[in-house]
Design a protein around this ligand. Sequence first.
Ligand code: TLP
Length: 353
Amino acid sequence: MKIIDLRSDTVTLPTQAMRQAIYDADLGDDVFSEDPTTNRLEKIAAERMGKEAALMVASGTMGNLVCILTHCKRGEEVILGNQSHSFLYEAGGMSALGGIHPHTVVNQPDGTMRLEDIEAAIRGDNVHFPRTRLICLENTHNHCNGTPLTTEYTKEVATLAKKHGLQVHLDGARIFNAAVALGVDVKELTGPVDSVSFCLSKGLSAPVGSVICGSGEFISEARRNRKVLGGGMRQCGIIAAAGITALEQMTERLTEDHANARRLAEGIAKIPGLSLDPESVQTNIIYFDLAGKGISAGRRLGEAGTLIKRLADRGIKILQLGPTQLRAVTHYGISSEDIDMTLNALKKIMIDS
Ligand code: TLP
């Protein structure tokens, strides 16, 4: 049975060109900074992000953690969205490993935090308070419908940070989705921030890896923190090779994923019993809801009598986030025929239930 896996863009498999690049990669020991392929990836990534230097890391989670550890000391505070990936889904790494205090501010449905809310969260100089050091943004904002944050908004946050002597880190796991959706060069979105982490292994389809970018000084300190976390990866040109192909060949095609997501969203919006605002879908992530039909979303894949299970029986995988909330993500492995098949299956299941 053909599998249509819409759970995440993390499920993408490497392209043929990536497999060839991996096979051909020149290798060395990256802890000595002697892996030529990793050095090349880092150079390309820094240029693309408009930063002085870059560092490959194992994952998006490690990228965010290394950056936060590099910006903040123990007992210092990070302001970040209450729907941000770093707050919700990174196992509390900043506090568990860094003794760093997360201070959440409400994310608006478009993934922004109100400037006045950010400003109100910044601590005054008082012995009772942790010292605020960093503001984190996320672009695209995964949990807020994959919405891209604009250049203007990013600049406003950076200006506010500067006014208060703070740094800004951007979780740009899907920053190329944002750039393509907004029709801007990725540098415009990363220019205002002090550090950015982006993923090679999501929509860009590389098998492993993320890259963090910032000033030369920041990245040499980050290299030390990566080592602390056990992230010195020796001959990691094996994975950097696929990352170079990802940056060279896979960024512009993200528009296809966005078009597929929009079509899926428009289709879902027409199915009685499912609810979603297609206008909210600007990139490759779709959240939708079971609006009170006699079918539950299913607690986990495989539970009988649920939408998730019934879709899985037809080879279609989606993700459940709450009792009625579901997520589908389009990516390189999803064609427009797959979208048609998914919509037909959803229609049939909802009519039968
Ligand atoms: N997101 C994953 C899950 O962890 C939820 C997904 O399927 O969307 N930042 C953002 C905005 C992310 O969405 C993710 C992964 C990460 C960081 C972490 O990246 P990895 O999985 O490489 O550690």
